[in-house]
Design a protein around this ligand. Structure first.
Ligand code: ADP
Ligand code: S3P
Ligand code: MG
Length: 193
């Protein structure tokens, strides 16, 4: 079977979501945007990326928002955008790496979503983020050190997500398939009516 076929199992997962969104959390470079889009295709669900949505509503890029208004304003906007997106029912939402650190966002997602942490090691993350320079937090003298500090601070919080999938240097289709399998198991074991 190819990686893009929607099966009866995938349709059942959608039913068992009972209106919840599938929300990907994790550090920059974990693959939330890339894998999230594939999972949405597999499950025939809409896909939205919170950074892209923020850029649409603000008509600014994420780096411009950080530069013009600072990180606290970006975080406030991010929390509002995610709160709105979770009203829209079953869909796959890729969040920006800092979104799940916001306590009110975590509380909301506990009720409205199945959350999945894409957990990657430092080498994998650095390899992936080094391809683009559009992450303001990494515009530092030692981006690897910044990433390590973010791992130390954020991984205990990401671990609160409903599910964890290990993101590693294998094809993105494999990670997407593992995520769907994890969702299948989880929605069977934790049904909601
Ligand atoms: N499984 C994978 N294998 C190889 N490259 C990947 C994989 N997942 C993501 N990438 C690449 O890594 C980079 C960061 O991925 P992205 O989805 O933007 O991460 P995030 O949204 O978590 O910051 C992108 O260039 C993407 O194409
Ligand atoms: O980790 C973070 O705080 C951030 C992650 C980015 O998104 P990705 O995780 O999709 O790279 C983006 O929201 C912003 O640069 C801040
Ligand atoms: Mg992303």
């Amino acid at each position: 079977m190819d990686g893009e076929t929607t099966t009866n199992r995938d349709i059942s997962i959608k039913d068992r979501l009972c209106g919840r969104a599938i929300v990907l959390v994790g550090l920059m470079g974990a693959g939330k945007t890339t894998v999230g889009r594939r999972v949405a295709t597999l499950l025939s669900l809409p896909f939205v990326d919170s950074d892209a949505e923020i850029e649409t509503v603000s008509t600014m890029t994420v780096p411009e928002l950080f530069e013009t208004y600072g990180e606290p304003e970006f975080r406030a906007l991010e929390a509002r955008v995610i709160a709105r997106l979770t009203q829209d029912g079953p869909q796959v939402i890729a969040t920006g790496g800092g979104a799940y650190m916001h306590e009110a966002t975590r509380d909301l997602l506990r009720k409205k979503a199945v959350t999945i942490w894409l957990n990657a090691d430092l080498d994998t993350l650095m390899d992936r983020v080094s391809r683009r320079g559009d992450r303001p937090l990494l515009k530092a003298a030692d981006p690897r050190q910044v990433m390590q500090e973010l791992m130390d601070k954020r991984y205990p919080i990401y671990a609160e997500a409903d599910l964890t999938v290990v993101s590693r240097p294998v094809k993105r289709e494999i990670i997407a398939a593992e995520l769907v399998e994890a969702l299948d198991r989880y929605t069977c074991e934790s049904p909601r009516s």
